[in-house]
Design a protein around this ligand. Structure first.
Ligand code: FE
Length: 196
């Protein structure tokens, strides 16, 4: 795949269709400026602000754009909200469609053939491999992203976070919890890294 992409880039550059410097700017943007912290801020806002949360349900694209996150691969967003009854999980069975403006570039496993096929066939087994075990009664819904529509999972606000403000809550939101292959978890604090 790398070789094919490089070959394609060479041909397009030679023909004058693309400018390698412009490509570098795009890649740098998504590697260093846009990433899952954007999505984490969306989730944290939804946890503290019921109006924002219902806006997300009605028109995720606009609600997310109101925080400044919009653009390529995020033109049409849908937020799927986890509840005690239903856990949502996102895949792109065809390729690797992913909501770039809120999550950055997809992790390698998201693009892998095993994830793309197994997420639909045996989602619970895949979740278990990610360390997520849900109650039997919880239904798992798998959403197949397309080039037109991208999904962001709104995880449940964890118990024990009642006293936290929006910024502190955002630190609990992991990338995987917004794909549905993980759950929010406490941030690793500097103290926790000190030897006891
Ligand atoms: Fe895709």
């Amino acid at each position: 795949m790398d070789l094919r992409v490089r070959a394609l880039q060479t041909v397009l550059t030679d023909k004058g269709y693309i400018d390698p410097a412009a490509l570098d700017v795009l890649i740098d943007t998504y590697q260093t400026k846009v990433g899952p912290r954007n999505g984490a801020r969306v989730v944290a806002r939804a946890w503290v602000d019921p109006d924002f949360r219902s806006w997300l349900r009605r028109d995720a694209t606009a609600a997310i754009a109101s925080l400044g996150y919009a653009g390529r691969q995020g033109e049409h967003m849908q937020v799927v909200e986890n509840t005690p009854d239903t856990h949502h999980m996102v895949v792109c069975t065809l390729c690797s469609c992913y909501p770039w403006p809120v999550l950055g570039l997809p992790p390698a496993w998201y693009k892998s053939a095993p994830y793309r096929s197994r997420a639909v066939r045996e989602p619970r087994a895949v979740l278990a491999e990610f360390g997520v075990t849900l109650p039997e009664a919880t239904q798992v819904r798998v959403w197949d992203s397309t080039a037109e529509l991208r999904y962001l999972v709104l995880p449940m606000r964890p118990a024990g976070t009642e006293g936290l403000d929006e910024a502190a809550l955002a630190d609990w939101v992991t990338r995987d919890s917004m794909i549905g292959t993980g759950l929010p978890r406490p941030p690793v604090s500097a103290d926790a890294l000190q030897p006891a």
